[in-house]
Write a protein that binds this ligand. Structure first.
Ligand SMILES: Nc1nc2c(c(=O)[nH]1)N[C@H]1C(S)=C(S)[C@@H](COP(=O)(O)OP(=O)(O)OC[C@H]3O[C@@H](n4cnc5c(N)ncnc54)[C@H](O)[C@@H]3O)O[C@H]1N2
Ligand code: MOO
Length: 419
């Protein structure tokens, strides 16, 4: 079906919708502490300040010899009086024209000021000779050279990934202050939906939206309350909303938000809560609905599978990040040269699915993943980015530059930049 070919007066774009939702939804402020081992994927609820200098002591950046730079000369060997290992410092006295064998990370012995790497040394028993002059302080990692105690290292609202876990461990934090996990209830609506693995009768299809959305929510480390498939029945939809609202911070549904006769979502929302806005100037995903229930927020995603993924990605993920206390940053976009012409009618901002690559000459190039029907889930799985076409664009010719937004980890299971 071809939907709109004309402009959409009054309908918001995704950026405006996000601004509106962020203004209405107060971020989480309560916090909890989790062990470092369980902190990945959570959102920091406090600024983290280093309680120690980094590095905490002067140490060697190389395996070699700790020396006084001024004593190094090709004519005068030094006497090796001991060894400093990482974790096992040298504790003796070091007299004139003496030095210490040292390993990477070893504490720099008192009085020594420079390191000579072992490849530059000629060792004979306890004598060592250095042919090259030494620059004062070379290969010494000075105490506090990365940062000093009291320096902020991570800010509240940061989502914790591997890099942040590394920093938390480096500054010695075992219990991490984080915002509680969001509870997100999820259900699909539609009599035609059957679970994968069962036989389909004529007119039935498999429920894919709930599975795709659940996977996307897992990437955000939300606690998903999966209420399954709810039939097109007013009482059943009402009961599902009661249950979802009782348990969750946010309720996400798929299907039943357009104008069909079995579209009960809006009916029930009007009864139990309110719709704050409905419909956006985007394709796919136009009938997206946002509202609130007595205890929770509500996002109603359109039933078409690509529409539910696009709205889940572009609207629900940022909103959940915001609600969960994360300092949300809009996705990075790139410019790429189009390798296939794109058809588009003016009116809605489109998220076409593309394959972004680097050409042999290093240029970023992108092509659409073929037909762009909002029922075609493979148009998503074959893609690694959205090609974002502005509202007033009326098609793009091959060779023109377009804006692309590479998929994040919630859609893209691939390593290597995800491309
Ligand atoms: N007269 C109009 N019809 C439609 C309009 C419109 O403006 N006027 N909008 C179209 C657009 S755009 C979309 S998107 C869809 C959204 O419809 P609903 O949210 O009401 O969704 P359904 O009618 O329930 O389903 C649409 C389509 O998606 C399939 N579906 C639904 N749920 C799932 C699921 N969990 N897994 C896989 N597939 C699912 C469903 O079978 C339908 O084919 O409305 C257009 N119509
Ligand atoms: O075009 Mo609908 O917007 O298929 O999502």
């Amino acid at each position: 079906m071809s939907h709109d070919c004309c402009s959409q007066p009054g309908l918001m774009l995704p950026a405006q919708a996000l601004e509106k939702m962020f203004a209405q939804v107060p971020p989480r402020s309560d916090k909890t502490w989790v062990p470092l081992e369980a902190a990945a994927g959570r959102v920091l609820a406090e600024d983290i300040v280093a309680a120690l200098d980094l590095p905490p002591f002067a140490n060697s950046a190389m395996d070699g010899y700790a020396v006084r730079a001024e004593e190094v000369s090709p004519d005068q060997p030094l006497t090796v009086v001991g060894t400093a290992f990482a974790g096992v410092p040298f504790e003796g006295e070091i007299g004139p024209h003496q030095c210490v064998r040292i390993m990477t990370g070893g504490l720099l012995p008192d009085g020594m000021d420079s390191i000579v790497m072992q490849e530059q040394a000629e060792r004979d028993e306890d004598q060592v000779r250095f042919a090259e002059p030494v620059r004062q302080g070379q290969f010494v990692r000075a105490r506090g050279s990365e940062l000093t105690a009291g320096t902020p290292v991570l800010s509240r609202g940061t989502r914790i990934g591997g890099a942040e876990i590394g920093v938390l461990a480096t500054v010695g934090i075992a219990q991490v202050p984080v915002y509680p996990k969001l509870k997100v209830a999820l259900f699909s609506t539609g009599d035609e939906l059957k679970p994968p693995g069962t036989e389909l009768a004529p007119g039935e299809i498999y429920d894919s939206n709930r599975h795709a959305l659940r996977t996307m929510l897992n990437t955000l480390h939300a606690e998903v309350i999966d209420l399954g498939v709810i039939p097109d029945d007013l009482d059943a939809v009402r009961a599902a909303f009661h249950e979802a609202d009782r348990q969750a911070d946010m309720v996400i549904t798929s299907g039943g938000v357009s104008v069909g006769e079995a579209d009960f979502i809006k009916v029930v929302l009007d009864e139990l809560g309110q719709i704050n806005f409905w419909k956006l100037a985007i394709k796919p995903g136009k009938p997206f609905a946002f509202g609130q229930l007595p205890n929770s927020w509500f996002c109603g995603l359109p039933g078409n599978p690509v529409s539910s993924m696009v709205t889940g990605y572009q609207l629900v993920q940022p909103l959940l990040a915001h609600l969960g206390g994360e300092h949300y940053r809009p996705a990075l976009t790139l410019q790429a040269k189009l390798q296939t012409p794109l058809r588009k009618g003016p009116g809605r901002q489109e998220y076409q699915r593309g394959v972004l690559q680097q050409s042999d000459s290093g240029e970023l190039v992108v092509s659409a993943t073929g037909a762009q029907g909002s029922d075609m889930t493979t148009s998503m799985s074959r893609a690694n980015c959205f090609i974002v076409l502005p509202q007033d664009c009326a098609g793009v010719a091959e060779g023109e530059w377009v804006t692309v937004e590479p998929f994040n980890a919630s859609l893209n299971g691939r390593l290597g930049g995800g491309l």
